[in-house]
Design a protein around this ligand. Structure first.
Ligand code: BTN
Length: 250
């Protein structure tokens, strides 16, 4: 009964083809309630982070977006992508995907290659009611033609004995996101600090943070309550906020 209640409270807008599932939800925020989702088989103008394109061939992968409203503005949503990363790892692990984890701040890796990406976009007032759209792209089964065009190491779920059913994956993800975002709204990022460490592929590993011309090396040891990455260095534990930092193994 609980599952039924959750699934009928929200709507799923399903498209065979659309420009971008994120775009669709952003254009319709007025008509949405928190937890509504949009899914498409194909995106003609899939969006990635930093203005990049997210190539979205027909039927191969999961392209989904999730709507959530924060009544107290952007500040309340700080660190949201880390929460979404935890949700994704929880769902994929529950489906038996091993070797999966997060890479600070935004990526989901399988066997140290990118499996999924998260793109959060907002509309409305940054300091009052703020509408957020969380876009998630998961590589299910990469075609050779697409694989040739990708310029970074990637992975997909085709090695699994059985590919997860897309609908099941989507429902599981929607329910996990509702649970996690409610928790995040009540308690903030501190409710996710230990889950993040369990999900972090680099936890306890030596890593290097690159910030323009500077870099710092240390042992990766979690996130603080603002979502900054924590690094154990020779001068003690230091925190580094996101933005233009990229991270790699040292
Ligand atoms: C990244 O660059 O890593 C983020 C990629 C996010 C892609 C997803 S696919 C569904 C949703 N709709 C979009 O246009 N982008 C996101």
């Amino acid at each position: 009964e609980a599952a039924l209640k959750t699934s009928i409270k929200n709507r799923c807008f399903y498209f065979n083809e659309i420009n971008s599932t994120n775009g669709f939800l952003l254009e319709h925020v007025k008509d949405l309630s928190s937890g509504d989702i949009c899914v498409a088989e194909y995106q003609s103008a899939g969006r990635g982070r930093r203005g990049r394109q997210w190539v979205s061939p027909y039927g191969c992968h999961l392209y989904t977006s999730f709507y959530w409203q924060f009544s107290q503005g952007m500040a309340q949503a700080m660190g949201l992508s880390l929460v979404v990363g935890c949700s994704l790892v929880t769902v994929l692990r529950s489906l038996g995907v091993e070797g999966i984890g997060v890479k600070w701040p935004n990526d989901i890796y399988l066997n140290h290659k990118k499996l999924a990406g998260i793109l959060i976009e907002m509309s409305g007032q940054a300091d009052s009611v703020c509408d957020l759209v969380i876009g998630i792209g998961i590589n299910l089964s990469m075609s050779p033609a697409q694989a040739d065009k990708i310029d970074q190491p990637w992975s997909d779920l085709s090695e699994l004995a059985q590919l997860p059913d897309k609908t099941e994956l989507m429902i599981a993800l929607q329910q996990q996101l509702v649970t996690d975002l409610e928790l995040f709204q009540r308690q903030g990022l501190k409710a996710f600090q230990s889950r993040w460490r369990e999900a972090d592929l680099f936890d306890g590993e030596p890593i290097k943070l690159l910030m323009g011309e500077h870099s710092v090396e240390g042992i990766c040891c979690g996130i603080d309550e603002q979502g900054a990455i924590l690094l154990k260095t020779e001068e003690g534990t230091k925190s580094f906020v996101g933005g233009e930092i990229s991270m790699r193994p040292a």
